[in-house]
Design a binder for this molecule. Sequence first.
Ligand SMILES: Cc1cc2nc3c(=O)[nH]c(=O)nc-3n(C[C@H](O)[C@H](O)[C@H](O)COP(=O)(O)OP(=O)(O)OC[C@H]3O[C@@H](n4cnc5c(N)ncnc54)[C@H](O)[C@@H]3O)c2cc1C
Length: 386
Amino acid sequence: MSTAPTGHAPDDRSELQSLAELARNFFVDTVAPHREEFAEQGYPNREVYRQAGELGLLCMSVPEEYGGGGGTFAHEAVLFTEQVKGGDSAMQLGVHTGIVPHYILSYASEQNKKRWLPRLASGEWIGAIAMTEPGTGSDLQNISTKAVKDGDDYLITGAKTFISNGRNCDLLIIAVKTDPAQGAKGVSLVVAEVADDTPGFERGRLLKKIGQKGQDTTELFFDGLRVPRANLLGTAEGQGFIQLMQQLPQERLICGVAAAAAIEAAVDETLTYVKQRTAFGKPLFAMQNTRFELAECATIAEVVRTFVDSAVDKHLRGVLDVKTAAMVKYWTTDQQSHVIDRCVQLHGGYGYMEEYPIARMWADGRISRIYAGANEVMKDLIARSL
Ligand SMILES: Cc1cc2nc3c(=O)[nH]c(=O)nc-3n(C[C@H](O)[C@H](O)[C@H](O)COP(=O)(O)OP(=O)(O)OC[C@H]3O[C@@H](n4cnc5c(N)ncnc54)[C@H](O)[C@@H]3O)c2cc1C
């Protein structure tokens, strides 16, 4: 099954194929051997980000003048695909390379782009974005974290939760209210450089999750965190909600790319298993139910792949709209859940054992219907355009 988006010239496709091999080898040889260690400690070692940076796997769609690879989202899509197929769920590359750099590229000052992007591209720094709060997730205009002006700085006070890369991050985009009297129009995005000893900044618990156990997801607390006003994203306060709306289609597409890869990997994994496992004197694959289940799952994999590739193609041409991105996010991640659940069933009891890849895929994948906008919120967005 394809790992590179279709619709590209043969030269592009062979370049993307080479990248796929490089990325797959990185995840299998460098990251996967640490799976248990990362899951046990609840976060990946920073070293793997630096190793990814050395291989040129980070910020591939950021222009070279800012330390990036000068490529496109097609390169990023290959990375996310190979991460899933290589069995890693500890590195939060969607956030680090697929989301954070693009806010900086689109809205930061030239000086800040030059300061931040090369560090993210090299893996010296790890990026995160903090929108969700204990009291609000889907309803982002109701956040209560505040940024109050103090001379040339903002003082940030509030709490965030469920933040990916929360333990490891050095650069954090924070959604704040610069005007608490307003709803969406009072939201701004501010970038903070953070370290464990930054005054006014505290990393909370490493949250224990049912999947993606090697990935650090934490609470974050701000008590007068001082951030230069020059770190505001955009030219004026109050643009945060619009910026989120502009950037979320790419985030949702990343979910679709990962879902397509997960479905393909689950079908491949299950085919291998049912062909070698026997029951009642024959391989499981000889049973009509197993064959029909996998025939249906393989068909879904093809349809998802076609839908995702067409959305990637639209995104590369700059015409991926909010509605299509929401359709991709909701439908492909729903399919991911359903297909992987059926694949677990075909594995029998072994499908419930963490040491089997299908069990990890089941637990790792469940969040995809909830984050980056819950699937119900996606349906609401779609319905608005009907
Ligand atoms: C592993 C993990 C990583 C995450 N990473 C990040 C991160 O890096 N940064 C960040 O800011 N956040 C992150 N999140 C938070 C995530 O984006 C939110 O959990 C998500 O947006 C849902 O918000 P909530 O949990 O507050 O649920 P709520 O908003 O309370 O919603 C609960 C449920 O209500 C339903 N619902 C909500 N709104 C509607 C609606 N309008 N119509 C119909 N039904 C609705 C949905 O079924 C939804 O799942 C992460 C979460 C997890 C678990």
